[in-house]
Design a protein around this ligand. Structure first.
Ligand code: AMP
Length: 143
């Protein structure tokens, strides 16, 4: 099963912010959209980073409320790990586990095509398990 299946279900909208915005603005957007990470896009629409709620928490833990005035660029991760939409879900699960992050932007032909979170993967796996159980129950009932 590929990432494409998840994107087809959840949509391809990606919430983004520019690197000069403040961490306070990023926190507002994370809260407003109920998401855990936001991709950082520059004026040329290039993907230049990713900022997760963990980055905001770390900034506040280190610098107090004042840290919320810092620009997103000072706390984002600049080396973003991305995937193509034909990547397998197992591949993405392995990537997230090994690299210890919960969000992967999907990039195709240099363009951002969506974002997949660990929550999206869990939801998809639960749906698959439910389908398998139903098939097994039907098989047993009709055997
Ligand atoms: P997360 O677990 O996704 O909340 O993120 C944990 C840390 O990894 C934060 O410092 C993020 O900036 C960073 N991070 C999240 N997603 C990615 C990604 N796809 N590529 C690189 N770093 C990431």
């Amino acid at each position: 099963m590929s990432v494409e299946r998840i994107l087809a279900g959840k949509g391809r909208d990606v919430i983004s912010i520019d690197p000069q915005s403040t961490l306070a603005e990023a926190a507002r957007m994370l809260n407003q959209h109920r998401i855990g990470a936001i991709v950082v896009i520059d004026a040329a629409e290039a993907l230049v980073g990713i900022l997760s709620e963990r980055d905001v928490v770390r900034a506040v833990a280190e610098g107090g409320a004042e840290a919320l005035r810092q620009p997103v660029s000072s706390r984002m991760t600049g080396q973003v790990v991305t995937c193509r939409s034909n990547a397998g879900i197992d591949e993405l699960m392995t990537l997230m586990t090994e690299r210890k992050f919960r969000h992967v932007p999907i990039v195709e032909g240099g363009r951002l095509r969506g974002i997949v979170s660990i929550g999206d993967i869990v939801k998809q796996r639960l749906a698959e398990i439910e389908t398998e159980h139903r098939a097994l129950r039907d098989y047993i009932a009709t055997a």
